[in-house]
Write a protein that binds this ligand. Structure first.
Ligand code: AMP
Length: 428
C-alpha cells in the first residue's frame, strides 16, 4: 500500500536532530527567564479576525499566506501565522494588565504560513517569541535587543548583524505616506503588478517586495526615517544610545519596514548572509497601538520572533553537534542476567543516572557496538555466570578499563564513579 507523506513544507523533527532544538529551547528559557520573561502558551488556532485586524488586511501574510478555513459551524478560523496577536489577545482576555507580574512573556511553538517552501522557508515553522506590555521607555527596546544578542552569543552564533530602524508613529507616518505614494505613482509603470496594487492600498508594503526591479526603484524612495517627528526621533536616539552603552552593535537600515502593519517606532531584524535567499533570522519591534486596537487598554507593546529552523541551520554551520549520551548501558547475557539487569536499570534511573539496556538477547559484541553508538560512557556487563558468582563487569568506555564489582554494591559504586569522574572533569 502506498504510504502517506507529511504535508509539503511541514517537517518532522527526528530524534537525530532534536538535540539542536533542545539546546535552543533550553538556552532560550534560561536567558529569557533571567531577563524577567515568563512563558505563555496560547492555542494554535484563533479566529481569523484576530490576525486580519492586527497584522493588516493588505499584508502578504493576510492576503496570501494564512491557513484559513471554516469549522463545522461555519466560523472562520486561522492557524496562527505569528504569535504576537494571540499573546495580545490572551493579555486582554485575562485582564493581565491588572497583574503587575505579567508584563514580559515568551512563547515557543509552531506557526503556519502558506509560502513556497525552500531552504529556511516552510509552511509550518517554529518561532521563539517574546512580548512586553506597558513600557514605553526606549531603555526596554535596547534591553530587548541586547537580550537577543546575549541569547545568540550564548548559543555560539556569530556572523549575524542587528539592523534597526524607526517607523515613526501614526502622526509622522500619515504625511510620509503621501510623500511616498507620490514617488511610487511617478514610477508606477516600472513596478511589478503586486506593487502597482500595493502603492494604492498600503504603499509602505512596497519596501517588502522581493522583486529586484522594485527593490532598485525604492532605493531612491524618500525615507521614513528622514521624516519622523521629534518625539519619535528622540525615542530612536535614546534606543541607539542605550544600545551603545550595552556595547550591542547595530546598523541602521532605513528601508526595513517589517511585513506587519502593527509596528511603529523601533523595528529591528537579525540578518545573516549565510542562508541563501532567507536573510532574516528574526525580527521585531514596537506596536504601541495594537493592544488598544484589539480591544484592550491603551498600553504600549514591543516584541520579537526568532525563526528556530533558520537559527538551527546557522548553528549547524558553526558549531559542533550538542551531544546527548546515556551514562550507562547494561549489557545482558542470559535469563538471570536479564532479570537482575532489569532491576539495576530502574535503580540507576531512580537516582538520576540515564541508563539504557539491551532487550533482545543480542551477542555481547553487538551489545557493545550499540553502547558505542549511543556513546554511553560506562557499560555494566551482566552474564549468568557472573550473577552466580555475585559480581558484574564494569567498563569505562573512555579509558577502556574494566573492573569486577560486587553485585550487591553495583548501584552505589556506579554512582560514586560517575560523581568522581564528573568532579575530576569539572576540575580539569
Ligand atoms: P516575521 O514574523 O515574518 O518577521 O518572522 C520572524 C522570523 O520567523 C523570521 O525572521 C524567520 O526567521 C522566521 N520565519 C518567518 N517565516 C518563516 C517561514 N515560512 N519558514 C521558516 N521561518 C520563517
Amino acid at each position: 500500500m502506498e504510504s502517506i507523506q507529511a504535508i509539503k513544507g511541514m517537517n518532522d523533527i527526528l530524534p537525530d536532530q532534536i538535540q539542536w532544538w533542545q539546546l535552543v529551547e533550553r538556552t532560550a528559557r534560561t536567558i529569557l527567564e533571567n531577563f524577567g520573561y515568563r512563558e505563555i502558551r496560547t492555542p494554535i488556532l484563533e479566529k481569523t479576525e484576530l490576525f486580519s485586524r492586527s497584522i493588516g488586511e493588505n499584508t502578504d501574510i493576510v492576503e496570501k499566506e494564512m491557513y484559513t478555513f471554516a469549522d463545522r459551524k461555519g466560523e472562520w478560523l486561522t492557524l496562527r501565522p505569528e504569535a504576537t496577536a494571540s499573546i495580545v489577545r490572551a493579555f486582554i482576555q485575562h485582564n493581565l494588565q491588572a497583574d503587575p507580574l505579567a508584563r514580559k512573556f515568551y512563547a515557543m511553538g509552531p506557526m503556519f504560513r502558506y509560502e513556497r517552501p525552500q531552504k529556511g522557508r516552510y509552511r509550518q515553522f517554529y518561532q521563539l517569541d517574546a512580548e512586553v506590555f506597558g513600557v514605553e521607555d526606549p531603555m526596554l527596546d535596547a534591553e530587548l535587543m541586547n537580550m537577543l544578542r546575549v541569547f545568540l552569543e550564548q548559543l555560539g552564533l556569530s556572523g549575524v548583524v542587528l539592523h534597526i530602524n524607526s517607523l515613526g508613529c501614526p502622526e509622522c507616518r500619515t504625511p510620509y505616506r503621501s510623500v511616498l505614494q507620490k514617488f511610487l505613482v511617478e514610477n508606477a509603470a516600472d513596478f511589478c503588478p503586486d506593487c502597482q496594487r500595493r502603492l494604492h492600498v498600503n504603499p509602505l508594503r512596497v519596501f517588502d517586495c522581493k522583486v529586484e526591479r522594485c527593490q532598485k526603484i525604492i532605493e531612491n524612495a524618500p525615507m521614513l526615517l528622514d521624516s519622523i517627528c521629534e518625539d519619535c526621533r528622540d525615542h530612536f536616539e535614546a534606543v541607539r544610545s542605550y544600545l551603545e552603552r550595552l556595547q550591542t552593535k547595530y546598523e541602521i537600515n532605513p528601508r526595513m519596514v517589517r511585513g506587519l502593519d502593527y509596528y511603529m517606532r523601533t523595528t529591528f531584524e537579525i540578518i545573516t548572509d549565510r542562508l541563501g535567499a532567507q536573510n532574516a533570522v528574526g525580527g521585531g519591534g514596537r506596536y504601541d497601538g495594537l493592544v488598544r486596537d484589539l480591544g484592550g487598554p491603551d498600553l504600549p507593546g514591543i516584541g520579537f520572533a526568532i525563526g528556530m529552523e533558520r537559527l538551527i541551520l546557522l548553528l549547524q554551520q558553526q558549531r559542533t553537534e550538542p551531544k546527548r549520551s546515556p551514562s550507562m548501558f547494561i549489557a545482558l547475557l542470559g535469563d538471570r542476567a536479564k532479570q537482575e539487569g532489569f532491576l539495576i536499570a530502574q535503580q540507576l534511573r531512580s537516582i538520576g543516572i540515564e541508563t539504557e539496556l539491551d532487550y533482545a538477547k543480542h551477542s555481547l559484541k553487538s551489545q557493545m557496538r550499540r553502547a558505542d553508538k549511543l556513546t554511553a560512557r560506562y557499560v555494566l556487563i551482566l552474564g549468568d555466570d557472573e550473577i552466580l558468582a555475585g559480581v558484574a563487569q564494569f567498563r569505562d568506555m573512555e579509558s577502556k578499563s574494566q573492573s569486577t564489582i560486587p553485585l550487591d554494591r553495583v548501584v552505589p559504586m556506579i554512582k560514586n564513579t560517575i560523581e568522581n569522574n564528573a568532579e575530576t572533569a569539572a576540575n580539569d
